[in-house]
Write a protein that binds this ligand. Structure first.
Ligand SMILES: [Zn+2]
Length: 321
C-alpha cells in the first residue's frame, strides 16, 4: 500500500486560521520591470491602501472599505512618491502608501484603525464596526511590512549612499555601488511546550490582565527553527525541549515578522523563569487551558484572541492532543 506523506497533516491548513494570512494578491515579483509601477498608477482600476503607522485608513459606516482611488489618496495626504505596488487583484493594481500621523480627515467619513484591532474584529465571530475581510488583512499586513522595510532601508548598507526604490517597491538599488536589496521578513519562533497533559504558558507585564500565551523569540543567524525553539524555552523558562513540530505560520507586521508556530516536547518540568522577560510562567492542565480558550476560566485567565497564532497553537494542542 502506498503511504501518502500528506495524510498525516491536518485537513485544514492551520496557517489559514490566523489573522493576516489569506493574502490573495498576485505579486508578480519576477515579472516586474521599471515601467510596471507607472503603468499601475495610470490604470483606472488601481486602488490604494493607506497606512498611518500601525493603523489602516478605512471608510466609516456601513460596508467597511479600505481601498481608495488615487484621487482620494492624494486628498487624504498620502505620500505617493514613496508608494509601493503590492500586486494585482483580478488584474486591478493594488498600491500602498503612507498617510502622515498629523494628517487631518473627516472622522465621520474615515477611521484610522489599528491593524491589531481590525484582525481581532475580523476573527471575533461577531459583526463589528471597523471590520475588513480576512484577505484584506493579508494585503494590509504586506503593505505595513513593506512600507516599514523601505522606511528603515533608505541608505545603502555597503557604501552609505541614499538608495532608490525599484520594481514598484520590490527592490532598492544603490546608484553608487550598484548593491541591490530585496525586502526581508524577520523569522520569529513561537511555541507551546507540552508535557503530557499540560502546557507551558507565560505572561509579559505588557499583556492584558490575566492573559497567558506561548513563549516566542527571534530566530538567530545560523539556527534552525527547532534550535531556536529549544533555546528560547531554555532561556525564558529553564525548560529543556526534545522534539519540535512545526504547526503553522503567521505574517506579523509589527513591524515585519513571520511568526513560525511550533509544538515542543518538554523533557524537564522545573520552571526557572527569566524575570526580565516574563512576569509569570507556569504549567496549565488541558482542562484549564480549554476554559481559558473559551473565556470560561473561573479566575478570568485567558489566552490571546483567535486571530493570534498563539491561540491557534494552544487550540490545536487542546483539541488534538
Ligand atoms: Zn552602495
Amino acid at each position: 500500500m502506498t503511504r501518502n506523506f500528506f495524510d498525516r497533516l491536518p485537513p485544514v491548513e492551520p496557517s489559514t486560521l490566523v489573522g493576516f494570512s489569506g493574502n490573495s494578491l498576485d505579486r508578480r515579483s519576477e515579472a516586474r520591470n521599471e515601467s510596471t509601477f507607472a503603468a499601475a498608477l495610470a490604470d483606472p482600476t488601481a486602488r490604494v491602501y493607506l497606512l498611518r503607522g500601525d493603523e489602516a485608513m478605512i471608510r466609516a459606516g456601513g460596508a467597511t472599505e479600505s481601498l481608495f482611488s488615487l484621487k482620494e489618496a492624494k486628498a487624504l495626504g498620502a505620500a505617493m512618491d514613496d508608494a509601493i505596488l503590492l500586486g494585482w487583484e483580478n488584474s486591478a493594481p493594488r498600491i500602498a502608501a503612507i498617510v502622515g500621523s498629523d494628517t487631518s480627515f473627516d472622522v465621520d467619513a474615515f477611521h484610522a484603525v489599528p491593524l491589531r484591532t481590525l484582525a481581532i474584529n475580523a476573527f471575533s465571530g461577531s459583526i463589528l464596526a471597523d471590520t475588513v475581510e480576512p484577505a484584506t488583512l493579508g494585503a494590509l499586513a504586506q503593505a505595513r511590512a513593506l512600507l516599514h522595510w523601505h522606511a528603515a532601508n533608505r541608505f545603502c548598507g555597503r557604501c552609505g549612499t541614499r538608495s532608490t526604490m525599484a520594481m514598484g517597491g520590490y527592490r532598492r538599488d544603490c546608484p553608487n555601488c550598484g548593491l541591490q536589496k530585496f525586502p526581508r521578513t524577520d523569522p520569529v519562533a513561537i511555541m507551546l511546550a507540552v508535557d503530557g497533559d499540560r502546557c507551558l504558558m507565560g505572561r509579559q507585564a505588557r499583556f492584558a490582565p490575566g492573559t497567558y500565551s506561548c513563549l516566542a523569540g527571534f530566530v538567530e543567524p545560523g539556527e534552525t527553527i527547532e534550535d531556536a525553539v529549544r533555546r528560547e524555552i531554555q532561556e525564558e523558562a529553564g525548560i529543556r525541549i526534545g522534539r519540535v513540530a512545526y504547526h503553522a505560520s503567521q505574517p506579523w507586521p509589527f513591524p515585519m515578522s513571520l511568526m513560525i508556530g511550533c509544538i515542543a516536547q518538554a523533557i524537564s518540568t522545573d520552571i526557572v523563569p527569566d524575570t526580565e522577560e516574563l512576569e509569570d510562567c507556569r504549567w496549565f492542565s488541558r482542562d484549564e487551558t480549554r476554559a481559558m480558550l473559551d473565556g470560561e476560566h473561573p479566575d478570568g485567565l485567558s489566552t490571546p484572541p483567535r486571530m493570534a497564532i498563539a491561540h491557534t497553537l494552544i487550540r490545536a494542542w487542546v483539541e488534538g492532543g
